[in-house]
Design a protein around this ligand. Structure first.
Ligand code: GDP
Ligand code: MG
Length: 425
């Protein structure tokens, strides 16, 4: 298949880690191309249950090369912690490569994230406080630090000093906190730079060579289309593009090489953090689904926060699949709905008295209300089923109705959190 992008069609947490791990067995490379340790990709395999944050989901296979591309926000401490955790849990040493052009999350990025959410109080965005927004702001303000800078002390100190000229004013006068020096930050980075040195390389060359050799490459997106800075629900978006289009940039793969784009969507909706969420449900209905959802309830893999819950949203998912340019769709967590007599899905939005099919711009979405249609439930455990034909009729109908309404082919149906719990259509 060459290059496959695995990306989210919704708000994130669609189960991208699970399908990446499922498909990784037949791949040579798995690459994270954007975002940072704010990701939480849950994987359950023979080694146990893991929530991967920065590491690509191919780390459980010793023959796979796991790449952190230049588009990633590299928090080196988090990286080292995560790698050590894998090793301490008997996962064999994974093969890892880090782009020499990736930029580094610095201590002040995390502090600014924290201080800003504190300052905003009730107006906060629900950041994971991993420093992601300050990190990407600095990258595009051209005051970021690339991995290669870590190995040139003079350049590192001078780049940090440039950034600190404005940071320290903000720290002392705006947030009323302690200032920092370039020397202390550089000192803290020194041992970290040493630890990652063996992994650092030119990943563009690595991929171009791999493509010549017809290697299989998986590009693993973080979050989902509705968190994209351009196409998502702004400003409740993330700060890097989680789209298959950006995968080309963030990994360093020619765009025409990405032949297959698997957009992952959940059989119901979840959303972490603040912002409009049209098909949201509340109280007991939400509680029931939250407790039964995921592998052990719908709680953030990174933050432990309870996820907001909603019915499947056709309008948002069709839009998400378009934003991703999906060539196929995975419908995940279908097994979770097996307890319901009837399953509502949001088929349209009502906006200012009109029923609409297209996802509204951020300025209007707050006024959108869900138009629900109800499907009959199947009331059985489907987690042991491995072929589409064996699914109960009502489960088949649910999949086929969603497929028809979103207008993208559902090729994969995930019926449980474990690696093998998957139906290929
Ligand atoms: P990601 O961020 O897209 O990788 O998704 P997360 O790992 O954050 O959230 C998905 C949650 O659903 C995790 O708890 C997974 O273990 C779980 N999960 C994934 N696929 C399935 C599935 O088909 N069925 C069930 N029951 N849980 C699943
Ligand atoms: Mg997640």
């Amino acid at each position: 298949m060459g290059v496959t992008a695995i990306v989210g069609a919704n708000w994130g947490d669609e189960g991208k880690g699970k399908i990446t791990d499922h498909l990784a067995g037949q791949s040579d490379f798995v690459c994270r191309f954007q975002g940072g340790k704010n990701a939480g990709h849950t994987i359950i395999n023979d080694y146990g249950k893991f929530a991967l944050h920065l590491l690509p989901s191919g780390v459980f296979f010793t023959n796979i090369i796991n790449v952190l591309g230049p588009g990633v926000a590299l928090d080196i401490e988090a990286f080292v912690r995560e790698r050590n955790e894998l090793l301490s849990r008997n996962v064999p040493e994974p093969q890892i490569r880090i782009s020499d052009r990736a930029q580094v999350v610095l201590p002040y990025h995390i502090l600014f994230d924290l201080y800003e959410e504190e300052r905003l109080g009730s107006r906060k965005f629900g950041s994971t406080k991993s420093g992601i927004a300050p990190f990407y702001s600095d990258k595009y303000r051209k005051i970021g630090i690339q991995v290669a800078d870590l190995y040139d002390e003079e350049r590192l100190i001078s780049r940090l000093n440039l950034a600190l000229e404005s940071k320290n004013v903000l720290l002392s006068t705006f947030y009323k906190k302690d200032t920092m020096t370039a020397e202390e930050i550089a000192e803290g980075l020194k041992p970290l730079a040493k630890v990652i040195e063996p992994y650092v390389c030119d990943t563009l060359e690595l991929f171009h060579t791999a493509l010549k050799e017809n290697k299989e490459i998986l590009l693993e997106g973080q979050l989902g289309a509705l968190r994209d800075p351009d196409y998502g629900i702004y400003p409740f978006s993330t700060s890097s593009s989680p789209t298959a289009g950006f995968a080309s940039v963030g990994a360093g793969i020619p765009p025409y090489e990405i032949k297959r784009i698997i957009a992952v969507t959940k059989a119901y909706s979840t959303c972490v953090g603040a912002g409009p969420f049209v098909s949201e449900i509340f109280d007991d209905q939400a509680h029931q689904l939250r407790e039964r959802g995921g592998d052990s309830g719908e709680y953030g893999a990174t933050t432990g926060r309870p996820r907001r819950i909603g019915w499947f949203d056709v309008v948002a998912t069709r839009y998400g699949c378009k934003v991703q340019g999906a060539t196929e769709v995975e419908l995940s967590l279908l097994d979770v709905l097996g307890y319901l007599d009837e399953i509502p899905i949001c088929v349209k939005y009502e906006l200012d008295g009109e029923q609409i099919d297209d996802f509204p711009v951020s300025a209007k979405i707050n006024r959108a209300k869900p138009v629900l249609q109800t499907m009959p439930g199947w009331k059985t455990d489907i987690s042991g089923i491995r072929t589409f034909t064996e699914l109960p009729d009502n489960a088949k109908k649910y999949v086929e109705t969603i497929e028809r309404l979103i207008g993208f082919p559902i090729k994969w149906i995930s019926v449980g959190p474990r690696r093998e719990e998957m139906i290929k259509r």
